[in-house]
Design a protein. Structure first.
Length: 199
């Protein structure tokens, strides 16, 4: 499940996954279905870079990710999920996406060191992977409650950033971008197929 930005979007996706698992269990099917919930991170910071004070830059994506990680752990501790787990289901893992730093003024490993946490996957771009291999270090892992993320989000609210509205906007823009990429790919395949038939 991809193109998730906010906690509400993640919870909706996780709920759909669990419902599907429960239906498989009820039907006597194997509940061991592997899945990830792909959370886009750096796009939050890119969206507000020119709208917030310098002191708040490069903090929104990590704060939102912390909020989502807290919701993720809450779901793993939920009795409903535990029943599915005891029946053989596998936890859906959080996948941090869009973890390349877009602002050259920020650390090139910002979203790697800040998002290190159990049960998560980080799909870093090649440049970020190489940067981390060269000089990256993992410090303390992300706290279960998301660290000081809620305090950071309060500061963004005071800066007139509507997190819920921005999350919906980012998802809509992301979907439009995915559709464009898909259409471009289909046009490319159709064009090459036509050229091959003519050859």
């Amino acid at each position: 499940m991809t193109l998730l930005f906010s906690r509400a979007q993640y919870v909706a996706a996780a709920e759909a996954y669990l419902r599907g698992i429960e239906r498989r269990i009820a039907a006597g099917l194997n509940p061991e279905v592997r899945s990830v919930a792909s959370i886009f991170v750096s796009r939050w910071d890119a969206a507000v870079a020119e709208k917030v004070p310098e002191a708040l830059r490069h903090q929104l994506g990590i704060a939102v990710a912390g909020r989502i990680y807290n919701a993720y752990l809450d779901r793993l501790n939920n009795p409903r999920w535990q029943r599915a787990y005891n029946s053989g289901a596998r936890p859906q893992r959080l996948l941090w996406a869009s973890t390349g730093t877009k602002d050259p003024k920020a650390s090139d490993t910002l979203y790697i060191t800040s998002l290190a946490a159990p049960f998560t996957v980080n799909t870093m771009p090649e440049a970020t992977l190489k940067a981390f291999a060269d000089h990256g270090e993992i410090g303390p892992i992300m706290a279960a409650e998301g660290g000081d993320g809620e305090k950071v989000l309060d500061q963004f609210a005071k800066a007139k950033i509507d997190i819920d509205a921005l999350g919906a906007q980012l998802q809509e823009q992301g979907a439009e971008s995915f559709v464009k990429s898909w259409n471009d790919l289909m046009e490319c395949i159709a064009s090459k197929s036509k050229a091959l038939r003519a050859a």
